[in-house]
Design a protein around this ligand. Structure first.
Ligand code: GLU
Length: 303
């Protein structure tokens, strides 16, 4: 079902991101990527494959370096094939904004057309790359901080999403927002913040967790308190901090007594997630690439 991990603080993000993505593997994915930043460089690694491949690719090259901020993503492709180009994170055209996204943007075609008319180029087939460029465009035209641009942008978007966004110009801050499935959990440490699709990526670092509700946006700046707002009303809200009292398996079981029971109850969601991005609501067609491929091979064999 895909996963999100992000970190900002005083420690090195890379091991936290890789370990966190590995803990989210149980959710299923087809490709993975990470982004890290420090005062002298920004790095992106992407693989079509497993988190272990991402680890092999990045760990040796980054040995001895320290990146106090970063984000990691496992992708369950809905728009565009599972490959390195479509894997997240995605960069905006001016290379200043970085985004990871789980979910689907239903009106991405309209938004994309508009951005193309304004001179934007797209490198991937994803709906997610539209989001990051939409934020860039709003930020540039209004000369506003990222958090405000994301709020305005999300009010133009129809879909379901968990996102994390980073602005290279403001290197201590992450913005996270959520609407619908998938969920986002934010871990609050001492001078550090974690983001995860669930709390498993940061369970050993902090027990203080905030679960983002629909239409909520969080601003995570090291040295400051977490700020949460409702982006529909542009209204700050009080933060509700929960205490994580459980172990990793407990979080993964999500309140169910055992995994089989959880999987049984997850079946409707699993079907919905599998079909996400594969149903065209305009012409009411279902696009299942591998079934279509299989059918055409079958036809050829029988000709
Ligand atoms: N719709 C996005 C894509 O196809 C995100 C998929 C996901 O949830 O991982 O890249």
């Amino acid at each position: 079902m895909c996963g999100i991990v992000a970190y900002t603080g005083l420690n090195n993000a890379l091991p936290i991101l890789l370990e966190g993505l590995q803990r989210l593997e149980y959710r299923g994915y087809d490709s993975a990527g990470i982004f890290m930043s420090n005062t002298s460089e920004n790095k992106i690694y992407k693989v079509k494959g497993k988190v272990i491949d991402l680890r092999r690719l990045s760990e040796k090259k980054e040995a001895g370096k320290n990146y106090p901020i970063g984000m990691g993503h496992t992708r369950w492709a809905t728009h565009g094939k599972p490959n390195e180009i479509n894997a997240h994170p995605h960069l905006s055209n001016n290379q200043e904004l970085v985004l990871i996204h789980n979910g689907i943007i239903e009106n991405y075609e309209t938004l994309k057309k508009d951005l193309i008319q304004r001179g934007y180029n797209f490198h991937s087939d994803t709906d997610s790359e539209v989001l990051v460029n939409l934020f860039e465009e709003i930020q540039k035209t209004n000369q506003i901080p990222l958090e405000q641009a994301v709020q305005i942008g999300l009010n133009k978007v129809i879909g379901a999403y968990g996102i994390v966004v980073f602005d290279i110009k403001n290197p201590n801050e992450l913005i996270a927002a959520r609407l619908g499935s998938p969920p986002l959990a934010i871990g609050i440490g001492k001078n550090e913040f974690f983001v995860g699709s669930d709390a498993t990526p940061f369970i050993e670092y902090t027990k203080d967790v905030v679960y983002l509700n629909d239409f909520e946006i969080a601003q995570l700046s090291v040295g400051k308190e977490i700020q949460i707002a409702k982006f529909k009303e542009n209204k700050p809200i009080a933060t509700v901090i929960n205490q994580l009292a459980f172990d990793i398996e407990h979080i993964q079981k999500d309140g169910f007594e055992h995994f089989m029971l959880k999987e049984i109850f997850e079946q409707p969601k699993a079907i919905e997630n599998t079909l996400r991005g594969r149903i065209n609501l305009d012409n009411q067609e279902v696009q299942l690439d591998s079934v279509q491929k299989h059918n055409s091979i079958f036809k050829k064999e029988n000709e």
